[in-house]
Design a protein around this ligand. Structure first.
Ligand SMILES: [Zn+2]
Length: 295
């Protein structure tokens, strides 16, 4: 099905196979990730999407790069260009109207004071700085896996807090019991463990290839910055720290260009070449790697 949904542009000129560029999905919405796969070349390709450079990494099939369609976008398409490849591939963009909801939380969380605003700014700066550590060679070699749990709120939903402040939900909420295991969506390095004002206890994992996963509202992180984690390994316990209405797991996914819809991201078959994957030497047992704790 994935193949059918993919737009394949494969041109051959006078018998020579040129690089072929595949773009998934063939049409996209604001806030969605797009996977670019280049086959038929032995050298790392160079390319751009919407004028921004793509970061290609070796994949089990050719080379791949992932980019974000911005949430605010004026154009009706994104142009994907690969140097030395076929003609540019146009990814048409379709409008999307995100649902509106209202939430009631503690007043200081709905309308933070100027002092709390400074803390929020510092939190956001720390999270943004952690994305830079997601560049470089992929640390994963399996497709990403969406965490278990029923979806309780989707990416992009507009929320009005206590009939005041309005904010867009830039992640996916999954039902999770207080204290239940939160697992890494793929192999990577823990690049941020922080107690934040709005997102509560946050863990950010850098996976390489420009990809980072974020986990919010944890009761307790169980990893420390610098730890290497495997897909499925515990990184913390679910909770309801920060601005929440109850225990759940919030997952955000960051790729080159911005935060993207996690559900759309987890449908992509992103697979780094095994030979390039970073393998982790055995360390002390997981339970011993206790991180900073806020409770
Ligand atoms: Zn959320």
């Amino acid at each position: 099905m994935k193949l059918v949904a993919s737009l394949i542009v494969a041109l051959t000129a006078s018998g020579y196979a040129e690089p072929a560029v595949t773009v998934t999905p063939p049409t996209a919405h604001p806030g969605e990730p797009v996977l670019v796969t280049v086959t038929g070349t032995t050298a790392t390709p160079h390319g751009k999407a919407g004028g921004r450079p793509l970061t290609f990494f070796a994949s089990t099939r050719g080379y791949q790069a992932v980019f974000a369609v911005p949430l605010q976008v004026d154009e009706d398409h994104v142009l994907v260009e690969v140097a030395g490849g076929p003609r540019p591939v146009s990814v048409p963009l379709e409008d999307k109207t995100f649902p509106e909801t209202s939430l009631v939380v503690e007043e200081e969380l709905a309308n933070p004071s100027p002092e709390d605003g400074k803390i929020i700014d510092a939190d956001n700066a720390a999270i943004a700085a952690s994305y830079a550590k997601a560049a470089g060679e992929p640390q994963f070699h399996h497709p990403f896996r969406q965490p278990a749990g029923a979806v309780t709120s989707k990416f992009g939903e507009w929320r009005t807090f206590n009939d005041g402040h309005r904010a867009q939900h830039l992640g996916l909420d999954l039902a999770a019991q207080e204290g239940s295991k939160v697992a890494a969506v793929n192999d990577g390095t823990v690049v941020l463990v922080r107690e934040t004002f709005l997102a509560g206890n946050v863990v950010v994992i850098a996976h390489g290839g420009g990809i980072a996963s974020l986990y919010f509202h944890l009761r307790k992180p169980t990893v420390a910055e610098g730890d290497h984690v495997r897909q499925g390994e515990r990184i913390g316990l679910a909770g309801h720290t920060g601005r929440t209405t109850g225990p759940h797991l919030h997952v955000s996914i960051r790729v080159d260009g911005g935060l993207v819809d996690p559900q759309a991201f987890f449908k992509l078959t992103i697979r780094a070449a095994t030979s390039r994957a970073v393998s982790r030497a055995p360390t002390q047992p997981t339970g011993m790697r206790s991180a900073t704790s806020s409770t």
